[in-house]
Design a protein around this ligand. Sequence first.
Ligand SMILES: O=C(O)CCC(=O)C(=O)O
Ligand SMILES: [Fe+2]
Length: 394
Amino acid sequence: LSGGSVPQGVRRVAVSDGVRQPEVDALINAARDCVGVSYASTRIDNTRRCALFESLDDIEPLIEYWDEIGGAPLLMLADDQSWDDSCNVTARAAAAVDKFAAQHALLKSLSTRPTAAKHVVAENVAIDGSYVDHGGDRWFDTSRVAAVDGLVDEALSASLLKAMRARPDGVDKRSWRRGALRDVVDGESLSSAGACWGLSSARLKSLYASDAVMELQSRIVAYLERCNDEVLVSALPEAALGDAVGPIAANAPVHGDEYGWHIDADPMLLPPGPFTDFFGRAPNRAPGCPRFVSALVYPVPEWQPDWGAPTEFLDPPTGETIAIEPRPGRVVFLDQDVSHRVCAPTAAACSRPRYSLVMKLVLHAPGAVARFAPDPPDTVVGSARPPADAIDAS
Ligand SMILES: O=C(O)CCC(=O)C(=O)O
Ligand SMILES: [Fe+2]
């Protein structure tokens, strides 16, 4: 423990190098105002931006206070012990960081099973291009949407449909309800992107635990592991958007429904919480930062082309759109910050719902951008066509 001895009545706070000195000063002021204790700072090594407070029983009020005064995302941790000179504060901080991650399922990897399933990347689209400034770097960024066929076979489709209590010929009103929670994030608030048949959160919870969904998830993870040298795939944790946005969603659009554009989530727009405290706030696809990806499946036994109901994607700068056809066995991967919408089935589909199941994933690739489709994309929509200077730079 560096910094030597401190005066009576003063405790220490250990801060990692990622926290600049003005922030350390602000933190000490906040602690004085909120906890009523004088802190002296000492530096520690940790790759996370974090601050560990000596002998502090309850850090929650300080975290709330920090958010209220608009402090930047910072992992604030409390050590219930006081530190004597033999105390290895760096190791104590590392243990506290790991404990926090485990508590909030921030880096919990999903299980994977090797599968024989052959897959084909049927659509590989770049959309919504723009320059991004982050952490002193500037780059041309595009979102990706990819349709992968063959990951889901007929047997898995059938068991997914069963687990969803989904009847192919019409919505089963004992399990499905109108205007069920639509887990979309519009700017900062949850909003409705159209009334849709959906499942209650209790049903979604048991659906998420079903063998069929676990099998689907493990195939998706196996695919993502094949796409990346090194990747940790986790389910969207409650720590990111609260318990209103779970790791799974289910939809049953029928003819006559209307839907608006929405995004599933944007890591740059997350509310303050354990997720942002731990990872900070970074644009989706920033290298080394969490990538929010949805994996969408259509577990329908058959779907005729004239029944319609594609998932549509929007390029906001140009207004161009691209439609991806629903197909049994297809998995559509999309960046969660891409604007998209459900299209209702045509009259030809009669009362048949075009079911979809959405898995919300967070991909972590150390130092890199986690991938879910090969580079380069096959289709480039609207603003995703790189400007000449972006090509020059690469
Ligand atoms: O079913 C679809 O086409 C898309 C569903 C969707 O975007 C969602 O549930 O967030
Ligand atoms: Fe969505």
